[in-house]
Design a protein around this ligand. Sequence first.
Ligand code: ADP
Ligand code: MG
Length: 456
Amino acid sequence: MERVDEKLPQEELEKIWKEVLSEIELEVSKPAFKTWFTNTTLVAKKNEKLIIGVPSNFVKEWLKKRFSNIILKHLRKFFSDIKTLDYTVISKPTTIETITKDQIQFSTKLEIFQIDPKTNLNKKYKFSNFVVGPNNEIAFAASQSVVQMLGKKYNPLFIYGGVGLGKTHLLQAIGNEIVEKYKNINVKYLTCDKFVSDLVNYIKNQQLEEFKIKFKSVDVLLIDDIHFLSQKERAQIELFHIFNFLYEREKQIVFSSDRPPSLINDIEERLRSRFSGGLIVDIEPPDYETRVAILKMKMAEKNGNLPDKILSIIAEKVQKNVRELEGVLTKALIYYSKKQNLTSEDLEKILKDYYQDSYRLVTPTRIINIISSFYEINSKYLLEPTRKKEYVKPRQILMYLLRELTNLSYPTIGEKVGGRDHTTVMYAYEKIKKEIQKNQDLAKEIEILKERILSS
Ligand code: ADP
Ligand code: MG
């Protein structure tokens, strides 16, 4: 026989849920608790069912799959007749609220700049100070799964995304979490550049065997910016063997890259297929809410105190890159602590300064070098008059980017690019501009080039 819904007062539900959460908190890891239980509520009781409010579908699925038993267990202490749970998404921009007070306190206590020489890990990168938004929640969840199921689930995990979007942060957080969770485990984080230069040194000193042994003894290998392996043939061969050795022994491997494996140029096919053999996840630029949440997190870490209004303006203006978000915030904080005030005009100025600083680095030489290495063309051919087809397109892209990223005039650009007429430059600029609209691959290519040029 069905019973009538119990009308429990809101405060009662709140109180119960709070107690339940404090129990659960003791049973699950800190980051898991924060990720999955922040902004959850007990909404109502209907007969033998309890309804739990959650901030997103994503959280709903995870709670349902992974945490239903534990939630039920604790709720039964209050409602012995409970049989099932139902989850309902209560949508509001929760990402901002996820920066709870205790998380802020926790972040400020983080030891900054502490790199462990054995693992190369910096303790400041944690899951708990990584702000999760729609742009990175899959990558975040996958990273957490990797820690839970080392070598067994997603192997390798391949995380890709643009500059300054948190790839290094996630890789290091995986490493730090593993070190904390599993005792006596050999974790090794390094950048691809370091891998290549180490290899060169070991070969030079005739110690290749030592190099191999060093890598074969790791339990978890985290290699950052793996796209730099392009064209490094010897390093590709060694990595391939190390990969196979570790993979066969179910050792966890994680890579990051600025692009998916399919777009890494000049890399052995067998290695590409290894990269793609596990799980590939991407990180997109954060949306507005996530940017605000990141600013709040960073501000807490720096013990800063800017009004919300200022944070909203920064989040509106700086859209693509979390590192830039942080850079602008730092400047604003310094300014604010000096003047105890910050008007929107001040902020405009800070933003302008910030961008001028980064644009100052963008010289024509820098653009030429980056394009010639990207397309593997000697810069001589990029500038010479030759009409060979393989040089024409990179040269047009060069003119396009010179126009986009510097304030040089068409005639000056013409001079820089091997003494070409300004009409040639204009033609190239318009042509590439039009083509980007139609050709997604080209658009992506140019985006990658821009990021490389603009990141110092
Ligand atoms: P990438 O390796 O993708 O270029 P990083 O991991 O170095 O980017 O991130 C740049 C900066 O932005 C770091 O200080 C990092 O902590 C911060 N950051 C990026 N994404 C997030 C995020 N989701 N939450 C908190 N901080 C972030
Ligand atoms: Mg990085």
